[in-house]
Design a protein around this ligand. Structure first.
Ligand code: PLP
Length: 486
């Protein structure tokens, strides 16, 4: 049937279908999904964002000379981020599609700078083991060697001395987190940035998740100050902050700030040596949707510094209440001492499996994100506290459910990986596995041919956790590939 014969009533059917598909997803509002989504809880804010996005739906940020609106919006948004996060008049920045793109661009910029300015041809990137996966992606994409620095098994922070000792003449970039995703702790930014500056090395602060929150929390009276983490710290040369996290803007919004425009330009791509239009790209994208920028701009103006500061104050108090409450639940403990609004909850009882707790919480309508054991970090559950859950009553409700889920999980006992499967898997070499062996390994591990996951994830996670990470990296894409069949 030709498309023009499909009239407006048919649109309702399409939209109904989309709505029906969404029913299988986790809720994105209400604060019970404690990873991936950020809900301000403010009435009308998402509606404003959606309308702003619609106004800019067709605009292409690829060519700012013909869509000058995007220049105005981007200058506003980047200026607001710079003002919040220790910028000066020299600070320059770029609006990107998200934290990963901001991190990628920080690394790309550093690689280009190191090569052009310092003559570094075999660049290295120094990362605490707790650095976000996006930096490993960047190292892989842009050809940098990763130098990993361990963290203290109690605080989950790298020692500044270890970070400093890892710097060499080849170091293009050293990264610190403010805070780290897994444990929510702020790395020793001041010391590492000073050491980097002393060697002429660039230093990036990954404040993707915490920057907007911590920056505003600083403005709230009567609650503790976070440690110094932003561009005001001497030696910090770039910083990433996601607006689609604690800025509560629609997805596709992050800002990458640089010490100055001269550093920023090293990450830009310009090309005039082809028969088409002359290209200047500040990001990895070509055609660049302006909707997320317009939505972010509108949300930032509407909430304002006063609004964000109030949300940050409430999130801080809720996080403290949560941490104290977890400390009172028999068998659970918080890892490290969270500096921000992210909490990692582990078990201190071998008979209590945190992933079984997560399954029990899921049945109660809460999503806590499983973080498998890695290095010194035991299996734990990640909770991102957003404003929507940040009232004393809601946190009390969450704690009550968590206590009940813990009792139930202890009664059920831990999920254990079949030792036979683990032994078989340990003998596999991820580098040489062919498709047939991968298929067999997945069958043995109990993965369905269509990639469908069981309702209870703890048994799957137990197997996953027992495998060497390199093997997991070989197997997981195959599971996902079974979902994307076309
Ligand atoms: C979320 C996050 C990123 C990556 O951001 P995306 O928006 O998911 O691409 C990077 N670093 C940290 C610390 C994060 O929490």
């Amino acid at each position: 049937m030709p498309q023009e014969h499909l009239s407006a009533p048919y649109d309702d059917i399409l939209l109904a279908r989309l709505g029906a598909l969404r029913a299988a997803d986790l809720p994105v509002h209400g604060g019970r999904t404690m990873a991936y989504v950020y809900d301000s809880g403010l009435a009308g804010l998402d509606e404003l964002a959606t309308r702003a996005q619609a106004v800019f739906a067709g605009v292409n940020g690829l060519d700012m000379t013909v869509f000058p609106s995007v220049v105005t919006l981007e200058n506003d948004v980047v200026g607001q981020a710079a003002a919040l996060l220790g910028g000066t008049r020299a600070t320059a920045g770029t609006f990107t599609s998200g934290g990963t793109e901001s991190c990628l661009l920080a690394v790309l910029t550093a690689r280009e700078y190191a090569e052009r300015v310092r003559g570094v041809t075999a660049p290295e990137i120094v990362l605490p083991v707790t650095a976000h996966a996006a930096f490993h992606k960047a190292a892989r994409l842009f050809g940098l060697r990763v130098v990993s620095v361990p963290v203290d098994p109690r605080t989950f922070r790298p020692a500044a001395a270890d970070m400093t000792a890892a710097l060499t003449d080849r170091t293009a970039l050293v990264v610190v987190s403010a805070p780290s995703y897994a444990h929510g702790v702020v790395d020793p930014v001041t010391e590492v940035a000073a050491a980097a500056a002393g060697r002429g090395v660039l230093c990036h602060v990954d404040a993707c998740i915490g920057g907007w929150y911590l920056g505003h929390r600083r403005l709230a009276a009567g609650i503790p100050q976070p440690p110094p983490f932003d561009l005001a710290v001497p030696g910090v040369t770039s910083l990433s902050v996601d607006l689609h996290k604690y800025g509560y803007t629609p997805k596709g919004a992050s800002v990458l700030l640089f010490r100055d425009a001269e550093l920023r330009r090293h990450g830009w791509f310009a090309h005039a040596s082809w028969p088409g239009y002359p290209v200047v790209n500040a990001t990895l994208q070509g055609t660049k949707p302006a909707g997320p920028l317009a939505a972010a701009w509108a949300v930032l103006q509407r909430v304002g510094a006063v609004g964000y500061t109030e949300l940050a104050r409430r999130v801080h108090l809720a996080t403290r209440q949560l941490i104290e409450g977890i400390g009172r639940i028999d068998g659970l403990r918080v890892l490290g001492e969270p500096d921000a609004s992210l909490v990692a909850v582990a078990s201190d009882d071998p008979g209590l499996d945190p992933f079984v707790v997560a399954d029990e919480m899921r049945l109660r309508g809460w999503y806590l994100q499983p973080q498998p054991a890695f290095g010194e970090s035991p299996a734990n559950l990640h909770l991102t506290v957003t404003a929507a859950v940040a009232t004393p009553e809601r946190i009390a409700g969450l704690l009550g459910e968590l206590a009940a889920a813990t009792v139930r999980a202890r009664a059920l006992g831990p999920a254990a990986a079949d030792p036979g499967i683990v032994e078989l898997a340990a003998a596999l070499d991820p580098d040489t596995l062919g498709p047939a062996e991968v298929a067999l390994a997945l069958e043995v591990a109990g993965v369905a041919p269509d990639g469908a996951l069981p309702e209870r994830m703890a048994p799957v996670l137990a197997v996953l956790q027992a495998l060497p990470p390199r093997l997991t990296e070989r197997l997981l894409p195959e599971v996902v590939s079974r979902l994307y069949t076309r």
